[in-house]
Design a protein around this ligand. Sequence first.
Ligand code: NAD
Length: 423
Amino acid sequence: MPASRTTAPTYIYPAQGQKIHYEQGRLIVPDEPLIGYVEGDGIGVDITPVCLKICDRAVEQTYGGQRRIRWVELLMGEKAASRFGGDYFPAATLDAMRDLLVSIKGPLTTPVGGGFRSLNVALRQELDLFACVRPVRYYPGVPSPLREPEKIDVVIFRENTEDVYTGIEYPPGTPENEKLTRLLRDEFHARFFDASALGVKPMSAFGSKRLIRKAIRYALDHGRRSVTLVHKGNIMKYTEGAFRQWGYDLAREEFPDSVVTEDDVQNRHGGRIPEGKIVLKDRIADIMFQMMLLRPDEFDVIATPNLNGDYLSDAVAAEVGGVGIAPGANISDRVAIFEATHGTAPKHAGKNVVNPGSLLFSMVMLLEHIGWTEAAEVIRRAYVRTIAEGIVTYDFARLKPGSKEVSTSAFGDALCDRLERKS
Ligand code: NAD
């Protein structure tokens, strides 16, 4: 993929910082942790410095100088390519992300041209970041098309490594397609039109269970009430249907004391969820899109295969402010990469106009991930105050009559000023 790996960045970490590490499965975070950041292409140059500044201020404010993130700039995308002989995806950056355990990244351009896969997809595969986590909740004052957007507060766990995204596809007219067509028709008696394109949808118990396990653990750790498995098992019985079944199997095998099913609630607990337990339920994907518009407060944590999750997370995010605010993370059992969910928006790049909200709330997720929840809350409160005063970037300004449109950096400064004020 890269034009050359002969020159590569070598990272020298700031001497004052210490590495985050694991001890007996627990994340140990020093007071001055080394955390990686990738500025990102396009509007990365506008949003990333603003978000780093807000985060540093909030941490300083919250912990009175006792804690401080020691940022390590990591190169990926165009900035890496321009400095390191066309290498968009330096191996040293991947190594550093593995080593540091926690990083945040701006958006990356997928270079157009033969031989390039998406850098984001490559990153997920190389680091086996199997869960895409997208919290979606409403903040007062953010423009929303819904009447009661405040009813939305869900965290979507989307499987990131399987399903139709594995790229096992064969166009008509290729030898692979012809061979597979013959196998399916002659040996499995499958029926489909001539010259069909063929794709494979692999889904495993291993891949599904590790995702659902993460969602259940998250729900238990964060005092959530339910986990909903979203699938199309009525149609795709042995892939999506299996996802659902593996979810219930996992709950029975690994969480017998803390998870009950909807059937248990009705049949064994008189319709009431037992104290301290969460409910595991499932919904068909198409009805779920309706439910997230009509009765979103019935849902809490959601676990879903790759394609459903791709659609659902963008649709639900649009209900509460869309790309201007929706944060995300891609995580494995060890490594976590937090990222803006939008792309590089090239037409706005370098103009200091876009909304830093998506990367900022990814930063809030990062702070929560390392256990610095107080600083995360300080940023949240300052964000709500800033928006409530009508200070917004262009994208929200056009949806909020009477608001004051400001630049990306001015929005960041306004938010920093409001960090200073106690509630
Ligand atoms: P995009 O998200 O970059 O932009 C689509 C439109 O959304 C923009 O024109 C803009 O109007 C709006 N927008 C996006 N971010 C915004 C922000 N922060 N504030 C205000 N408005 C914002 O999607 P695209 O144009 O399809 O993709 C452009 C490039 O980004 C492509 O190279 C694509 O591969 C890449 N991409 C990267 C990621 C990622 O790094 N995670 C995700 C999606 C797309």
